[in-house]
Design a binder for this molecule. Structure first.
Ligand SMILES: [Zn+2]
Length: 53
């Protein structure tokens, strides 16, 4: 799946589903990196992938 914040693929197990409630009433869910990520990466930062498999 793709992170809704940084538009990068999220490894399985690293994703976090965050419910977003808009004013229209219909709730949506965004998928973000669990460990956090930056919206606009100015330089490539190696993402910690050593956890899990
Ligand atoms: Zn992300």
């Amino acid at each position: 799946m793709i992170c809704d914040r940084c538009d990068k693929p999220i490894p399985e197990g690293e994703a976090e589903h965050v419910p977003v409630f808009s004013g229209s009433g219909a709730g949506a869910t965004v998928v973000l990196h669990r460990d956090g990520c930056r919206v606009s990466p100015t330089h490539p930062v190696p993402y910690p992938t050593g956890r899990g498999r």
